[in-house]
Design a protein around this ligand. Structure first.
Ligand code: ADP
Ligand code: MG
Length: 378
């Protein structure tokens, strides 16, 4: 159904926002640490038309139950909207909380970002809403401000604890680059990531295992990290330098906390090492850091699952330069850095390994660093 069929009005504009993969820097974003995402060619797209009243009417072609959600713009409050509409409605709520004047709106969405695959379909939905509202109501907000609004929509309105990685990636990534983002102050640098030049490809392996962040495991990891920082007397685990790790671990009485802290501190260091290699034009050399990051997430942070571990071990056994889970974990997707001429063979090896283990066939595609959110030409 077109926007006009749904709402009886032609859209005032079209906007898009991408999903993302994180090259490295996992579970660091709520520890004030570093992340290194790239935007996917997969996007959420919104068409929107202003309404003369104060209703917010939302429709998503991705929701099989269909139908539009009809909300009162002035009655939006955390907990009042359930289901998928909480993400876009939360954006309107967060903007209104900041004192911005919004009017009524019809918004229809479509998205090809796989849902629940750790590729940030939720952030794509929020960020596309944020850029559309910013544009339509002339708010003049910078991409970073829109990402913060989108994060508050997910965290404070929809009630899903999340860091800022996904929303910043969707709002701020640029084509052909990975984004080095410092989540403490949101300072960022675009780093050329032209795999084609180096004869490389980055594969995304969607295991099909659907994670549920809200189930508490994610919240527990966050709490453990906070407990670690408190025990060590630092504002955040980001403040433990890699050379101070042994010392820090010796001061933690709890073995679980020690492993959690070790993951965050070593992961932050791995981001810096990957950045240094990319800056030196040595993308081929980052593979072992990716694979070490996965081992850390598996053994120390304990957020992988058998399918993610198999995606990584099968890729590396087939000759991938490196591989790791990406996103929050407990399912979702892995990435594998491969020589371009080995991409097919690696994908085949992963499919075979999944079949042999009795897992559902994985979805495998190539990640080409794509642009961040913005208005689409008509
Ligand atoms: P991820 O962001 O990794 O894909 P999440 O669990 O964070 O997984 O977000 C998935 C949720 O986002 C879905 O359950 C749905 O509520 C919402 N969502 C994502 N894409 C769409 C879409 N195209 N239409 C409606 N809701 C969507
Ligand atoms: Mg999400």
């Amino acid at each position: 159904m077109t926007h006009e069929d749904l709402f009886g009005a032609a859209p005032d504009g079209h906007w898009s926002a991408p999903g993302r993969v994180n090259l490295i820097g996992e579970h660091t974003d709520y520890n004030d640490g570093l992340v290194l995402p790239l935007a996917l060619p997969h996007t959420a797209r919104a068409a929107a038309s202003r309404r003369p009243d104060r209703r917010l009417r939302l429709y998503s072609a991705g929701m099989p139950d269909g139908g539009t959600v009809d909300l009162d713009l002035d009655a939006l409050a955390p907990g009042t909207v359930t289901g998928w509409a909480a993400y876009p409605a939360g954006v309107a709520w967060a903007l209104r909380e900041d004192g911005h004047q919004l009017g009524g709106l019809n918004v229809s969405y479509e998205s090809d970002v796989p849902v629940g695959a750790g590729l940030s379909s939720s952030a794509a939905l929020e960020v596309v809403t944020a850029v559309a509202l910013d544009d339509l109501f002339g708010l003049g907000l910078a991409p970073t401000a829109l990402a913060r609004v989108a994060q508050r929509a997910e965290r404070d309105f929809a009630g899903v604890p999340c860091g800022i990685l996904d929303q910043m990636a969707s709002a701020c990534c640029t084509a052909g680059h990975v984004l080095r983002l410092d989540t403490r102050d949101l300072s960022m640098r675009q780093i050329p990531f032209s795999m084609a030049l180096e004869g490389l490809r980055l594969l995304v392996i969607d295991t099909g295992v659907r994670h549920a962040h809200a189930d508490g495991a994610y919240a527990r990891r966050r709490a453990e990290c906070e407990a670690g920082a408190t025990a060590l007397g630092v504002p955040a685990l980001r403040d433990v330098p890699p050379e101070g790790l042994d010392d820090a671990l010796a001061r933690l009485p709890d073995a679980t906390l020690r492993r959690r802290v070790r993951h965050v501190v070593t992961e932050n260091d791995r981001v810096e090492r990957v950045v240094a290699l990319l800056d030196a034009g040595r993308a081929r050399a980052i593979g072992p850091l990716l694979t070490a990051g996965h081992a850390s997430l598996r053994d120390d942070f304990e957020v992988t699952c058998p399918e993610l571990d198999l995606a990584v071990s099968a890729s590396t056994a087939a000759g991938a330069l490196g591989a790791r889970m990406t996103g929050g974990g407990f399912g979702g997707s892995a990435i594998a850095l491969v020589d371009a001429d080995a991409a097919e063979a690696t994908a085949g090896a992963v499919r075979n390994a999944f079949a042999a283990a009795g897992h559902h066939p994985p979805g495998i595609f190539e990640a080409i660093p794509a642009p961040g959110a913005g208005r689409l030409p008509v």
